[in-house]
Design a protein around this ligand. Structure first.
Ligand SMILES: Nc1ncnc2c1ncn2[C@@H]1O[C@H](COP(=O)(O)OP(=O)(O)OP(=O)(O)O)[C@@H](O)[C@H]1O
Length: 327
């Protein structure tokens, strides 16, 4: 079973940048997504690497420049060897999903390429303010009106994805990216799945320990409790609730400060713990919103549509830029 990863300390630009992209990226383009409003990236070798933006589970994300248009993108390079063939399947799934997505609330994919040695490369919209995880490391907590703005954008993104029958399954602060205008967008479909029906069956589309345990809903963490059948869309709502509560509390909110976030501790807190503690300083609207997201029984949990009209989101007025103020 998967252990919960400690939150990674980012290593901004400490790694040596790779040599010229010509040397590193002789590639055989896969069928690529082109959008009418995107610069055309014909070949991976048209992209020059400028900097390392971060590291994820299976690879590295670079800031790159498109030589012909000077447009800047992020390039996620996923590396594989013969032992990680299942992960490559997961990445190809990510590519298929990204190609179908076009929403202002979801990070855009401008092309998918085969790299060298079986690498898979995704050229995506560059989100220049980093992730919500990065912002929280600087600001620690966010005011409620800013959290409401984040909630609204992510809910709009989920509404779009769920409307396409796409369950994200790995919503967490590092998968919510922010641009220079303070707009939050959903990224990283590494464990997303396009669902055929409304619910997921055990052994079917929901391999429960994929994704980040800390943000996983109780029914995904312990599918036996609900007979292995549950609604994957409701799992995304739970994850969003945890993320937003974290923005208010200033740390991962489902265990006590100082407690080790190992698998057993998380299992107890998520599946068997009482209702999450919401700070005394929180407004009634925030508390009610969080309780609707973090309803343990997925059948009683709020839907994305319900949450979009919840007073916390509906009345919360903040500009996107507020997210970056004082950051
Ligand atoms: N489109 C982007 N624009 C700007 N920065 C990005 C972009 N995509 C990723 N990053 C940065 O690179 C980091 C690594 O991203 P990546 O998606 O590989 O992993 P992750 O989401 O942090 O972790 P995991 O692999 O567990 O999902 C992110 O945390 C973010 O800081």
């Amino acid at each position: 079973m998967a252990l919960v990863r400690e939150r990674r300390q980012q290593q901004p630009l400490r790694l040596p940048l790779p040599p010229s992209s010509k040397q590193l990226l002789p590639c055989h383009p896969m069928p690529t997504t082109f959008r009418p409003d995107s610069p055309l990236i014909e070949r991976l070798s048209d992209l020059d690497k400028l900097a390392v933006l971060g590291h994820g589970n299976g690879g590295t994300v670079y800031k790159v420049c498109h030589r012909n248009s000077s447009a800047v993108f992020a390039l996620k390079v996923l590396r594989f060897d013969c032992d990680t063939i299942a992960i490559r399947h997961q990445a190809i799934r990510e590519a298929e999903i990204l190609k179908r997505v076009n929403s202002p609330h979801v990070v855009r994919c401008h092309g998918v390429f085969d790299g060298q040695s079986g690498d898979l490369c995704f050229a995506t919209e560059y989100m220049d303010a980093g992730s919500l995880h990065d912002l929280l490391r600087i600001r620690r907590i966010l005011p409620e009106r800013v959290i409401a703005g984040v909630a609204r954008r992510v809910l709009e993104g989920l509404k779009y994805l769920h409307g396409m029958r796409i369950v994200h399954r790995d919503l967490k602060p590092s998968n919510l990216l922010v641009n220079g205008r303070g707009e939050v967008k959903i990224a990283d479909f590494g464990v997303s799945r396009v669902v055929a029906g409304d619910t997921c069956g055990g052994g079917g589309c929901c391999d429960s320990y994929v994704g980040t345990c800390a943000y996983m809903s109780p029914e995904r963490f312990d599918p036996d409790t609900c007979g292995g059948r549950y609604d994957g869309f409701a799992g995304d709502v739970w994850s969003l609730g945890v993320v937003l509560l974290e923005c208010h509390v200033g740390r991962y909110p489902l265990i006590s400060a100082g407690q080790r976030a190992d698998w057993a501790t998380l299992m107890c807190a998520i599946c068997f713990g009482g209702p999450p503690e919401v700070p005394e300083t929180a407004s009634e609207e925030f508390e009610s919103f969080i309780r609707r997201c973090l309803e343990k029984d997925w059948r009683r949990r709020a839907t994305v549509q319900e949450l979009l009209s919840h007073p916390f989101v509906a009345r919360g007025h903040s500009s996107a830029q507020d997210l970056l103020d004082n950051a």
